[in-house]
Design a protein around this ligand. Structure first.
Ligand code: F6P
Length: 756
């Protein structure tokens, strides 16, 4: 890049001012003479002091060296000619250093930058005395900077200000002129718009994008240093800058031999220590060598956790339930998830289970989440109701998965932290924790550790692909960049995940938390709000159920980019005698048809050709031009589930990196929790006295809270244990009731003796 001569001139001048000017010894003097105090307090780093020769740590090109040597050799003469070339970076670097120290004084904002300034010829071509130069330049530079400061443009750093972004904005206008139906006929384009890795086939040819769009998205990714940011994440840099934490869910599935350091410690070693602990423990439970307080086998597992401590593990559980190896290894065992604090969820989870055969796994990174901790106390009480209020009951029937920073809380709960505390770390985000003990323990208890290992291997395969594959072949990168394109440029506010596999019924809800808790933000790393769309609304449903639910809208309502996920082989295919299609082919026929229907639509002429009456035609036209992408994998196994998980984790990260937001914190969940505590205090006061009137933060809240208390006063459970079981207050019926009441012998369904 060629820099303007006058720009260079100003750089040299700035430097020489530092050296030569007597009074204003420092650039501070350039700004406000009283800054001198500042520099006395915070002397400029040597590299900014132009004492001949300057030793600076800033990387310096040969050119800069040459200029400075010339300057230092001529320190006393007036520079007669403008230096020939200066590296932009160096200048900014110096400015950066200088201004950040000044900015600190100026209230911390970083928007006090000295840009490259173009000097009018009268200044750039010195001919007159040095003094004149100094004064004129000082005023000029200072004037320019304070103007900048006055009407500073905080959005300047936003990605939307980059040329790459602006070019994409312009390109969008061209794309708006083209219909997907036509783009799809371009075989060269379609031939370039798919990618494959380790059995995963991604077809993104039904995106409203051309090959040029991909080039421009690649430019944007480069501009945003996407590859460097991915590397920073995977090598343990503390990229979660608001919590000052590394983001290392990839380390949870790294090979034992790999090394990733956080604060000087190789975290992979610790990861495998815990995986070994889980393997030993789950094999002990499954072999019966580890038993309950009364000596019974522990064959019921209740995993108590919410959010990331539940959605990921449940997604995987639903996959393995019908996975051939999973079916066999789960026989005789039962895994249930208790997430909601709704007492009905408690009863639905455990009423028919024998507590003596039940192991409670408390999954909570912080061990502070209100719902999880109340449910955990409830489960503890349930155990005590049946086996007596003995510490050993807790030590034998309750284990925990939590972050090391919660160790004391786990101990205080009465759990045997030497043997039954399965730790993970603060560098694992809750919604990224399914590969940690949070998923490994409940899943391995039901399906055996081997199957969980296959899940980790699938995720690892995508991690390696993500870290190494070039842009056009990199599946999570392409999906992420097209996500940015669809949301920030084509303005699609929502996105839907449509797995054509019933066993993936919990994937959309896992992606909802993964994506919306990660990118549901507007604040960028610059402390400036994004002036572009960030964070889609995700929803989804398995195919073909969704087709009979919200597909009307997808085809004729507001367009929603779709992800179709399908498998070449079913976990369990069926082909009834006399049927020409297997059930899986029936399913997959829709998987292939829907993306084309969305893309091509149906024109008025095509409708008319079907003999539809003129007045009905408008209601039958499909606009089409609705983007989707299709992921096709060989079969839904534990390995494939790991691949899918990592693909979506990395897609979310890519979008956050491009949008310059922190995808790894979730401060937005705190306010609601805080207000819930206030409400609980109001309720407690109201419940403890008959005439207490709640005064909440606003009249509407006061009214509805007092209404709730009044309406629930009579049968409030804390007042009297209405129709609870005699054995426990936690459930109305118990396993004893369930086991005692034989099922009714026969129902005479319309005289057919119960047979359909
Ligand atoms: O409230 C949101 C959240 O913090 C999620 O990020 C997290 O997955 C969930 O709650 C549960 O948190 P924990 O695992 O600490 O109980």
């Amino acid at each position: 890049m060629r820099i303007h001569t006058d720009t260079i001139a100003v750089t040299a001048v700035v430097c020489s001012i530092i050296v030569a000017s007597t009074e204003a010894w420092s650039p501070a003097g350039l700004f406000r003479l009283d800054r001198r105090q500042h520099l006395i307090k915070h002397p400029l780093p040597t590299r900014l002091q132009m004492a001949p020769p300057r030793q600076s740590s800033a990387p310096r090109s040969a050119k800069v060296e040459e200029i400075e040597n010339r300057e230092s050799s001529h320190s006393t003469d007036i520079p007669s000619e403008a230096p020939s070339f200066v590296h932009e970076g160096e200048l900014n670097y110096a400015e950066e250093e200088l201004l950040s120290s000044l900015a600190a004084e100026e209230g911390g904002g970083k928007n006090l930058k000295v840009p490259q300034i173009h000097l009018p010829p009268r200044l750039s071509n010195p001919g007159v005395g040095w003094e004149h130069h100094h004064r004129a330049t000082t005023q000029f530079v200072h004037g320019h900077l304070s103007r900048m400061k006055a009407n500073g443009d905080p959005t300047k750093y936003l990605v939307s200000n980059t040329d790459e972004w602006k070019i994409l904005d312009e390109h969008k206008e061209e794309i708006d002129e083209i219909h997907l139906r036509d783009l799809l006929q371009d075989s060269e384009r379609s031939g370039a718009m798919y990618a494959e890795h380790d059995g995963v086939y991604l077809d993104f040819s039904r995106q409203r994008a051309t090959l040029e769009t991909l080039d421009l998205l690649e430019d944007l990714a480069e501009k945003q240093e996407l590859t460097q940011k991915i590397k920073a994440m995977m090598t343990g840099e503390k990229i979660n800058f608001t919590e000052k934490r590394a983001v290392l869910h990839t380390a949870l599935r790294a090979d034992r031999t790999e090394k990733v350091y956080v604060d000087g410690k190789n975290v992979v070693e610790e990861v495998h220590e815990v995986l070994d602990q889980i393997k030993t423990f789950t094999e002990g439970v499954r072999s019966g060598s580890i038993r309950g307080y009364t000596g019974k086998r522990l064959r019921n597992i209740i995993s108590v956790g919410i959010g990331g401590s539940y959605l990921g593990p449940e997604f995987l559980h639903e996959v393995l339930k019908t996975e051939p190896e999973g079916i066999n290894s789960a026989l005789g065992y039962d895994l249930r998830f208790l997430a909601n604090v709704d007492p009905v969820d408690v009863e639905r989870t455990c009423a028919d289970l024998d507590p003596e055969e039940t192991l409670i796994v408390i999954v909570s990174k912080t061990f502070t989440t209100a719902e999880t901790m109340l449910n955990a106390r409830t489960m503890r009480q349930w155990l005590w109701d049946f086996m007596g209020n003995d510490k050993e009951v807790v030590r034998k029937h309750i284990v925990a998965c939590a972050s090391t920073s919660a160790t004391e809380k786990v101990k205080d709960f009465g759990i045997d932290t030497d043997k039954y505390f399965f730790r993970f770390w603060d560098w694992v985000g809750g919604r990224y924790s399914v590969c940690s003990a949070a998923g490994a323990l409940p899943i391995s208890l039901l399906y055996g550790f081997n199957l969980f290992e296959k899940f980790l291997k699938g995720a690892q395969s995508i991690d390696k692909h993500f870290a190494t594959a070039p842009f056009r072949e990199n599946i999570p990168m392409i999906m992420g960049m097209l996500g940015v394109w669809n949301h920030s440029f084509l303005n699609y506010k929502t996105r839907t995940t449509l797995p054509y596999a019933e066993a993936l019924l919990k994937l959309p809800s896992h992606i909802q938390q993964l994506d919306m808790e990660s990118n549901g933000k507007t604040m960028t790393k610059f402390g400036v709000e994004a002036n572009y769309n960030v964070g889609e609304i995700d929803f989804g449903e398995p195919g073909t159920n969704g087709q009979h639910s919200f597909f009307q809208l997808l085809h004729m309502g507001q367009p929603v980019p779709c992800d179709f996920i399908g498998f070449c082989q079913s976990q369990h295919d069926l082909c009834l005698d006399g049927e020409s299609f297997s059930s899986h082919d029936e399913l997959m026929a829709n998987f292939f048809a829907q993306p084309d229907a969305l893309a091509n639509g149906k024109t008025a002429d095509e409708v008319r050709a079907e003999g539809i009456s003129e007045e009905d035609i408008p209601h039958r036209v499909f606009k089409g031009n609705r983007p989707s992408m299709s992921l096709l994998l060989p079969k839904l196994t534990a390995y494939a589930a790991g691949q899918l998980l990592a693909i979506y984790e990395h897609r979310t990260a890519v979008q956050g990196f491009i949008w310059d937001i922190n995808s790894f914190d979730q401060w937005g969940v705190e306010l609601g929790k805080k207000l819930a505590i206030d409400v609980k205090n109001h309720l407690q006061e109201a419940r403890n006295s008959d005439d207490h009137v709640i005064e909440a933060s606003n009249p509407a809240s006061s009214r509805i809270l007092n209404y709730y208390v009044d309406q629930s006063r009579d049968d409030h459970v804390c007042r009297d244990a209405n129709n609870a079981s005699s054995l426990t207050r936690v459930t109305r019926k118990t396993h004893a009731d369930h086991s005692r009441l034989p099922p009714p012998v026969q129902h005479d369904l319309a005289g057919k003796g119960g047979r359909l």
